[in-house]
Write a protein that binds this ligand. Sequence first.
Ligand code: 8YV
Length: 319
Amino acid sequence: MKQRVVVYKKLPEHLMERLRAEFDVTAFDRVDAGNRDAFAEALKSAHGMIGASLQISNDLLEAAPDLRIASTVSVGVDQFDLNYFRQRGLQLAHTPGVLNEATADTIFALILSSARRVVELAELVKAGQWKGSIGEAQFGVNVHGKTLGMIGMGRIGSAVARRAHHGFGMKILYNNTRPNPEAERELDATFVSKEDLLAQSDFVCLMLPLTAQTERMFGAREFGLMKRSAIFINASRGRIVDEAALVRALQDKTIHAAGLDVFEVEPLPADSPLLSLSNVVALPHIGSATHETRLAMAELAVDNLIAGLRGETVPHLAL
Ligand code: 8YV
């Protein structure tokens, strides 16, 4: 009898064919209030699951006694309770590496658009409000030659630092769980304390996984240590930041601006105070969202799932 797989985020058809060739597949393009019960029912007899962008509760997994592996189409694994996976001996696979460059591109889009007010001024033109040569009221700030402070210098952080160093002649400061000698050697990056990074950086970029240790680690104290001219960039996870403190810091001009791709609650509620601030660029979690990268991630996630269900070595286990 074929093993059973539940797909909970739409996959390209050629990948669905690979899964159907070997497994009994139940597929949901996405899971929402309308089909959540059907998703939970399908999981009860599943041996494997694959998808993304959905918090997977322990209750759901507890009702899936035959489950062996979850394969997420993401590098982040905060949608799962890792301790539950460890205690139950479940495999959790993810998609590191293939999304580094696309996500670093998104971060630089946030750096440039927040520094040079691209969104705000593009909207001014689109609204027919460009009435003459622009003046100081429309000026932005330089990016080239400034200081970038990376909080988190892993694969994606390093890709951001490469863009900053080679492309924009920026000075790189970083704080990380451990030193990154390659970044120091190749990018002239300097390991500093979080406090020194916050005090000296023109752009503070958060690139950390969401864990019990990092949740809400960035708040009023950290924003208060930043330069008033500094710009805060976050494309990692919204819940690492005390979002109310960020709003206050932006409203009070404690910091100059923010470029954000992630939020405490996603989708960002339409009544979020962030959306009424002209010094905020807000994107809908597009970090890795390019055709090429999301295809590469989906292929990696399917490879992980198939290997796990065959009892073979899984290429990218998250734990
Ligand atoms: C997307 C991400 O949210 O990989 C992650 O952890 O946050 C982003 O790439 C994810 O890939 C959803 O498909």
